[in-house]
Design a protein around this ligand. Structure first.
Ligand code: PRP
Ligand code: ADE
Length: 174
């Protein structure tokens, strides 16, 4: 595990003042571009899953990249939570704030079976705005959120405090 953390952390690039002055952006594209590193991150999330999972939810856009392979490996379905206006049929929607802005997230509620055990997957837990809004949407849609799994957590933004009582896992913490 320590080896995995060291290997992945070495591939995450810090980009100062992106997308706004004062924000240090954690760029995961070098992790994704490295076949072995990408596979190990997905495998780690699969191994860390909290029991059986019916549906993996990923948030647009980076949550799709990690969530879809985790879903396939777990034998679960994949449900995209998308930014406003992208989903073509009836949606549930919720607005939220994040480290560098605010936005609206949407889901097709009929893609979440009643009582489904849902694992939420994303690359970064920062302020927790995206994750908290996603949990709310999924529960409104009838799902049971059994855990949230992130590639990294930015501790200084206290996102975990917005997910009190949840099973929250992060491979890397800053
Ligand atoms: O904890 P928070 O403060 O909500 O921030 C975390 C979110 O921010 C990023 O997404 P972003 O909205 O930048 O979208 P992207 O994946 O399309 O780049 C990241 O992928 C998380 O979803
Ligand atoms: N600092 C950051 N780097 C990458 N993704 C983010 N999402 C929210 N804050 C972020």
């Amino acid at each position: 595990m320590t080896d995995l953390r060291t290997e992945i952390a070495a591939l995450v690039h810090d980009v100062p003042d992106h997308p706004r002055p004062g924000v240090t952006f954690k760029d995961i594209t070098p992790v994704l571009a490295d076949a072995a590193a990408f596979a190990r991150v997905v495998d780690h999330m699969v191994q860390a899953a909290p029991g059986p999972v019916d549906v993996v939810v990923g948030m647009e856009a980076r949550g799709f990249i990690l969530g879809a392979p985790v879903a396939v490996a777990l034998g679960a379905g994949f449900v995209p939570v998308r930014k406003e206006g992208k989903l073509p049929r009836a949606t549930l929607s919720g607005s939220y704030d994040l480290e560098y802005g605010s936005a609206v997230l949407e889901v097709h509620p009929d893609t979440v079976p009643d009582g489904a055990r849902v694992l939420v997957v994303d690359d970064v837990l920062a302020t927790g705005g995206t994750a908290a809004a996603t949990v709310e949407l999924l529960e409104q849609a009838g799902g049971q959120v059994v855990g949230l799994s992130f590639l990294m957590e930015l501790d200084f933004l206290h996102g975990r405090s917005r997910l009190e009582g949840r099973d929250v896992q992060a491979l890397l913490r800053y």
